[in-house]
Design a protein around this ligand. Structure first.
Ligand SMILES: [Zn+2]
Ligand SMILES: [Zn+2]
Length: 174
């Protein structure tokens, strides 16, 4: 047993964080705890790009430890980038502990769309922490998203193949 700890940086509304937590519970079968973690102002901020460096935010999460922590996920309001990429929707340690998702580019006037997109990216990044790599099935949540159109094209569910890998990665925690 164990918990996925979720936190948010940059002013994510509670409704979205709580709905995302429920989605994690439903998708991974793991209990979720929402936890408050301080965010150092401007951590990872690149003032020229006016974006935050995803790897820096991800590394920052490593120092935090909570009881029975299985995974740690931060949902952030600000835009993330990585070297060589204009932006990233999120980043995770492959087969590791920590993940980060940005809602910045997922926002839509219809809250339902924003939430659904967030669930997809949360499931995708958590999938990476359970060792899953990118999938060629365009409907699978582990397919790579380079644009919002890609996010909207895929579902928040794992294909049969990825589900099988995920189930085996989750066995120690259930
Ligand atoms: Zn990915
Ligand atoms: Zn797949």
């Amino acid at each position: 047993m164990g918990f996925v700890y979720m936190t948010s940086f940059g002013g994510i509304e509670n409704r979205l964080l709580i709905a995302s937590a429920r989605n994690v519970k439903d998708t991974f079968g793991l209990d979720v705890r929402i936890s408050s973690v301080p965010f150092p102002p401007r951590l990872g901020l690149n003032p020229v790009r006016n974006q935050f460096h995803a790897g820096t935010v991800l590394s920052y999460l490593k120092q935090f430890s909570f009881p029975e922590l299985v995974r740690m996920l931060a949902v952030v309001e600000f835009d993330l980038y990585e070297e060589g990429l204009n932006f990233v929707f999120g980043e995770a340690e492959l087969g590791g502990r920590n993940a980060v998702v940005s809602v910045y580019r997922l926002r839509h006037p219809n809250e339902k769309v924003t939430f659904e997109r967030t669930f997809k990216e949360v499931n995708h990044e958590l999938g990476h922490t359970f060792g899953l790599t990118h999938c060629t099935d365009p409907k699978c949540v582990m397919s790579f998203s380079n644009s919002l159109a890609d996010v909207d094209r895929k579902t928040r569910f794992f294909c049969e193949n990825c589900s099988r890998k995920l189930a085996s990665a989750l066995t120690p925690y259930r």
